[in-house]
Design a protein around this ligand. Structure first.
Ligand code: EPU
Length: 418
């Protein structure tokens, strides 16, 4: 296993370019199954999760070529509908094959994703929605067995706006018979990106980006070349990195409109944030204030930036409450931040942070992707030696070239074998 070693204390300065969005790339790759001609996706980030989803495609009998940030996928020879446990257990997003496999082959067998470090994360809403569209579902020996002769449009109401659930239903509905309405749909930019890809393939989708998506099934889809959106969580992580190190960083090739909630919170905390067309400059010079944050579905403050923002609050002035409303166990980073000297109390889904703590370098353990990012941010300002972030395979799932990009901004950080 590898670890990251960080010597804190450098103010980050310079320019960082943002990669394609992991959580948009994954559903767009799964959507390639919906038609048999080659599809080319551009701006695909080089990440472990992307490798995993491409490996599953290969096991299904599809082919791909991955050159730089381009992936060419050919699903003509798809021969099986089974996504095995060994791969699915490493990446929950494998559930994104359920809708496309049902649509293309009328069957799917996918290992039921288990809980993960941040919560139980059931997929009951995906299954219920696809059942409404005429699929028969059975759970046996840890697998979801799904079949449908022909999926039919349905009127679906999600009890909770689920991101991958909305994506699964959209992918199932584009070739289904008749109209599907998804109510209380997720409106995250990644859902919109998938909808745009599907529309470019000839799908009839309206309302994406709102809470009601209407899909009229079409007879067939066509191949496309499509560019994935920039990663808003990577963007936000570098915005917080600039703030926490009292730095001055220009974040390029991003979509400022996707990080509105974070930009607002940073400004409230007295960090200078300039939003331009596809560029953000974050500059901190002086005291940062603690501000309360509550995670919410988009366009609210993203749960995927909660841990990173908490690291910033630990070294800011005052006290604040950070409330997590999306996942029930997303405070695992708190214990590790405390090992670095942070003053945080957790009660239920609220973390009470007392700021102005000097963070001290320590060995810490990454527990999930975004928690790991918060520990790296804490390491960038920690005093008194070297912070070692262990189990960084979590980071490799979601941050392309993290240490290279940080080194480019002046950070002292490197990777070592444990
Ligand atoms: N939920 C259910 N039943 C379901 C589906 C969801 O109860 O069938 C609940 C979840 O347990 C959670 C809430 O609904 O409490 C929202 O979960 P959602 O389904 O939206 O999450 P997801 O689709 O599994 C995606 C991202 C996550 C991100 C969340 C929230 C992908 C591949 N993953 O997960 O990203 O945190 O949306 O925005 O798109 C990450 O990148 O680190 C990550 C965890």
């Amino acid at each position: 296993m590898e670890k990251l070693v960080i010597k804190g204390g450098v103010s980050l300065k310079g320019v960082v370019k943002i990669s394609g969005a992991k959580n948009a790339a994954l559903p767009c790759i799964a959507a390639s199954i919906l038609q048999p001609e080659p599809i080319k996706l551009l701006r695909i980030p080089n990440l472990k999760d992307v490798k995993t989803i491409l490996q599953i495609l290969e096991l299904l009998g599809c082919q791909y070529q991955w050159n730089g940030d381009e992936v060419l996928i050919n699903t003509k020879d798809i021969k099986t509908y089974e996504c095995p446990y060994d791969l699915v257990r490493t990446m929950r997003a494998s559930i994104l094959f359920l809708g496309p496999l049902l649509s293309r082959l009328g069957r799917a067998k996918i290992s039921l994703p288990g809980g993960c470090a941040i919560g139980a994360r059931p997929v009951n809403l995906h299954l219920k929605a696809l059942e409404l569209m005429g699929a028969e579902m059975q759970l046996e020996q840890g697998y979801i067995y799904a079949k449908a002769k022909k999926l039919k449009g349905a009127d679906i109401f999600f009890d909770i706006p689920t991101v991958t659930g909305t994506e699964n239903v959209m992918m199932a509905a584009v070739l289904a018979e008749g109209k599907t309405i998804i109510r209380n749909a997720a409106s995250e930019p990644e859902v919109v990106d998938l909808a745009e890809l599907l529309r470019a393939m000839g799908a009839d989708i309206q309302g994406h980006g709102t809470d009601t998506i209407v899909i009229e099934g079409v007879k067939e889809l066509r191949p496309v070349i499509y560019t994935i959106i920039p990663d808003r969580i990577e963007t936000g992580t570098y915005m917080i990195a600039a703030a926490i190190t009292q730095g001055d960083v220009s974040i390029e090739d991003c979509k400022p409109e996707h990080v509105g909630a974070l930009a607002k919170k940073l400004r409230e905390a007295d960090v200078n944030v300039e939003l331009q067309k596809d560029k953000i400059r974050v500059c901190a010079n002086g005291e940062i204030k603690c501000v309360d944050v509550k995670t919410m579905p988009y366009p609210g403050f993203p749960t995927d930036l909660q841990a990173q923002f908490m690291a910033l609050m630990c070294v800011s002035k005052g006290a604040c409450v950070i409330e997590e409303t999306i996942f029930e166990n997303r405070f695992i980073h708190v214990a590790e931040l405390r090992r670095m000297g942070a003053d945080i109390e957790v009660s239920g889904n609220k973390a009470y942070v007392k700021g102005k703590t000097k963070l001290l370098a320590a060995p810490v353990m990454a527990t999930d992707l975004r928690a790991s990012a918060s520990l790296v941010l804490a390491g960038l300002v920690a005093e008194g030696g070297y912070t070692e972030v262990r189990r960084i395979y979590h980071l490799d799932r979601g941050y392309e070239a993290l240490e290279k990009k940080l080194i480019g901004l002046g950070a002292t950080i490197w990777r070592e074998r444990e």
